[in-house]
Design a protein around this ligand. Structure first.
Ligand code: MD6
Ligand code: FE
Length: 222
């Protein structure tokens, strides 16, 4: 009677957890069922706050394109990185974080053992083949008591997860459509990055050679 047992909820067969380090975990398939809704919201957000390639302080332009929703959005220019309450392109507030984004981020944080996560910033990254993110720490949020929740959509990517020093060796983790990474606590300031995206055809309905990543954060007023 295996059929009956699993007839109504096969998502339990597509969700499992992989510990990465202390206070860091990959929740496989956790956003899979909501992926289509998330992608529709990304399209709407990008109409109000378009994806753009930021310049970083060394003068280079990032290969990934970014936008934001939330009270705070992450921005960069030649002078440095910072969170702003308005989109520098339009002068308007960033779009609100959609309710379904908040629900998924909070459920994932809870599943990972962080039960009081209140995201007020969501950075949206768009990768096309060849785009990459070099090793970095996420430390512009000022408040490190909250975890970061990261949702992967579209093409798979190789995620690098290192230690608290840049020189420490990295784990390589393939993140696919619907996977969520949660990290905080002792891992909150670990170095991490993404290898150049390989070409491919993303899952339906994207069917494009693109990857999106949502990272939810709690930013303290600067
Ligand atoms: C990405 N993610 O996966 C880039 N940062 O496209 C990040 O930089 C990141 O996935 C902090 C926590 C989780 C992440
Ligand atoms: Fe990061």
């Amino acid at each position: 009677m295996i059929d009956d047992l699993f007839a109504n909820d096969d998502s339990i067969l597509r969700q499992w957890q992989e510990p990465l380090a202390k206070d860091a975990v990959v929740l496989r398939g956790f956003a899979y069922d909501e992926a289509q809704a998330l992608l529709q919201h990304i399209t709407a957000i990008a109409e109000a706050a378009p994806f753009r390639h930021f310049v970083i302080p060394n003068g280079h332009t990032m290969s990934i394109a970014m936008t934001n929703c939330g009270t705070f959005g992450w921005t960069s220019n030649e002078q440095g990185y910072r969170y702003t309450e308005t989109d520098p392109m339009s002068g308007q507030a960033w779009p609100q974080i959609p309710t379904i984004f908040l629900q998924i981020a909070q459920q994932a944080a809870h599943r990972a053992g962080f039960s009081h996560f209140i995201p007020n910033a969501c950075l949206i990254n768009r990768y096309h083949p060849g785009a990459r993110l070099s090793l970095h720490q996420d430390k512009d949020e000022m408040d490190f008591s909250h975890p970061i929740v990261s949702v992967s959509l579209g093409l798979p990517a190789t995620f690098l997860f290192g230690g608290l020093q840049r020189e420490q060796p990295c784990q390589r983790v393939t993140l696919t459509h619907g996977d969520i990474v949660v990290w905080g606590g002792d891992s909150r300031l670990c170095y991490h990055g993404v290898l150049p995206l390989k070409d491919g055809i993303a899952p339906s309905p994207l069917q494009d050679n693109v990857r999106y990543n949502l990272t939810f954060r709690h930013v303290s007023r600067h």
